[in-house]
Structures are given as C-alpha cells and as structure tokens.
Design a protein around this ligand. Structure first.
Ligand SMILES: Cc1cc2nc3c(=O)[nH]c(=O)nc-3n(C[C@H](O)[C@H](O)[C@H](O)COP(=O)(O)O)c2cc1C
Length: 171
C-alpha cells in the first residue's frame, strides 16, 4: 500500500470569512487536511514558519504580498521526517495572492519528487487554486501531479464528504 503524507500550511487568527473579519482557532486548510487523513489515512504534517505571519489579517496580507514580490523563502520550524519513504504527498495551502504561501516553496524546494504522486488541495475566498498547480509542476519535478481540490474557506467545515470522495478517488 502507498505510504501517504499530508503536508499543509494553515493560518490561525484573524481571517476574512464571507465578507467580514473573524478570529478562527483552526485554519480552513487544516480542517480539510484532517478530512483527508480521516478518508485515506496517512501522516499529517503542519508547516510552521520560524517567524509566524501576523495574526492581524491586514498585516498578513501585506507580509504575504512582500514575500511574493521578493520571491522570499521564509525559514521553517521543522521538516517532515523520512520524506523519501512517502509515495503519495497531499500538499495543502490557502490561496495567498493567487498561489501558495511562500513557506510552501521553502518546503517543496528541499525534496526530490521523482516518482512520487502529488495531490494539491487549496482553500480560498474564490480564486480557486490560482496558479499554484503551475508552480507545483515546477517545484515537484518528476512527480505525477493529480488534479487539485479547491474548497471555499468558509465552507471548509462542511466539506468533509466532498473532500473524502475526492481524496479516495485521488490515491
Ligand atoms: C495573505 C492572504 C492572501 C490571500 N489571498 C487570496 C487570494 O488571492 N484569493 C483568494 O481567493 N483568497 C485569498 N485569501 C483568503 C484565503 O485563501 C482563505 O481565507 C483561506 O481559506 C485561508 O486558509 P487557512 O485558514 O487555512 O489559512 C488570502 C488570505 C490571506 C491571509
């Protein structure tokens, strides 16, 4: 049986939910990651930056924009262990300015993806996966990239069955 890793970044704190700023204690992408694990098993790994992004939504928006413009590679607290042992890697992130947060670039650049299957999932406020699949193609050279799942952030809590069906069909 294929060994599965579910690696994701998800931000807690202030978030924009259906038009207003609300404080959330569990990130939208984290919820989806947990639904995937429930459906297909595997190991969960949460990406955390050494210097956390601001809890303030508006400040974080600016930080993320600057990082994207600068092509930044923010340092991570830790990396998944024994990455080479996984055959299938679900990669989860919020859509930030049309692609993944730059910390996902830091992570993905570290590894050799040859022969692995990569399955993206992305929560967002309406932009879907944006250009993240194109970016993943470049970052995960040699991987088989499967079609990604887009979940509207505000609906992540109720996206359990949609996520489970997609995850089971993807592995
Ligand atoms: C810095 C930042 C940039 C964002 N840019 C976009 C965007 O370009 N398009 C979009 O649809 N949503 C955007 N969003 C909304 C998030 O993608 C959405 O709220 C997501 O579900 C958050 O996931 P999380 O709770 O796992 O961090 C942005 C949010 C932040 C904080």
């Amino acid at each position: 049986m294929a060994k599965i890793l579910i690696v994701y970044y998800s931000r807690k704190g202030e978030n924009y939910v259906n038009g207003s700023i609300t404080t959330i204690t569990k990130g939208n992408t984290e919820r989806v990651a947990e639904y995937i694990q429930k459906a297909v098993g595997g190991d969960l790994f949460e990406v955390e930056t050494l210097r956390p992004y601001s809890e303030s939504y508006m400040t974080c928006i600016d930080e993320a924009k600057q990082e994207l413009r600068a092509g930044a590679r923010p340092e991570l607290k830790a990396y998944p262990e024994n990455f080479e042992e996984y055959d299938t890697v679900f990669v989860g992130y919020p859509n930030w300015w049309g692609t993944m947060p730059m910390c996902m670039f830091t992570l993905l650049e570290k590894y050799d993806f040859t022969g692995k299957t990569v399955i993206p999932f992305c929560t967002n406020e309406g932009s879907g996966l944006g250009s993240s699949e194109k970016d993943l193609k470049k970052l995960c050279k040699g991987a088989l990239l499967k079609p990604g799942l887009s979940v509207h952030g505000a609906e992540s809590e109720s996206a359990g069955s949609k996520t489970a069906v997609w995850a089971r069909n993807s592995v």
